[in-house]
Ligand binder design. Structure first.
Ligand code: ADP
Length: 159
């Protein structure tokens, strides 16, 4: 049983994240998409809202489980008996941070491997923060997020 975890803030979940999940499910028996709750910055969407977004976006994948966690990622991975961490790599600018995290996680827990997946190139410029900014400024987010998330973004920024 090859189980992988895909951790992130998912504030909100985008088509870039979905692309990575699709690639991950073709490689692993089970993929746990899990919200990391330690972020220093306050998210736009609370945990329940983000869990609901993941649930709605990923309901068609039988091998995907939704979860959230606090604390060290490697401890969570061990608890879930997953020895693979999935991360998405968009461009060189992601690399420095991701490289440091992957090596540090390996130092903390040698048997856990980080696997980097690259999205379709049309998503390489896409991030949750840019989607929030577009939504805040009244732009069209439909190319970047599923319709139910576009609706929630509109509601958040309704003044
Ligand atoms: P984090 O705060 O952990 O970076 P994110 O929700 O921003 O959380 O991202 C979670 C993971 O998904 C990260 O590995 C990130 O690089 C990846 N990711 C985010 N957006 C994209 C995208 N458009 N294409 C591919 N990977 C992405």
């Amino acid at each position: 049983m090859k189980r992988a975890i895909y951790p992130g803030t998912f504030d909100p979940f985008t088509y870039g994240h979905l692309d990575i999940v699709q690639r991950a499910v073709s490689l692993f028996d089970e993929v746990i998409v899990t919200i990391a709750l330690n972020s220093a910055k306050a998210p736009l969407f609370n945990t329940d809202e983000r869990m609901e977004m993941l649930r709605e976006s990923l309901s068609s994948f039988a091998s995907v489980r939704i979860d959230s966690f606090r604390g060290l990622l490697v401890n969570y991975a061990k608890k879930e008996k997953a020895n693979v961490i999935i991360r998405g790599l968009r461009m060189i600018s992601d690399f420095e941070f991701e490289f440091q995290m992957a090596l540090m996680n390996r130092k903390l827990e040698e048997e856990i491997t980080t696997v980097f997946l690259m999205p379709d190139e049309k998503y390489t410029y896409l991030s949750s923060s840019i989607v929030r900014e577009i939504a805040q400024l009244g732009g069209d987010c439909s190319p970047f997020v599923p319709p139910h998330i576009e609706k929630k973004l509109k509601q958040k920024y309704l003044h």
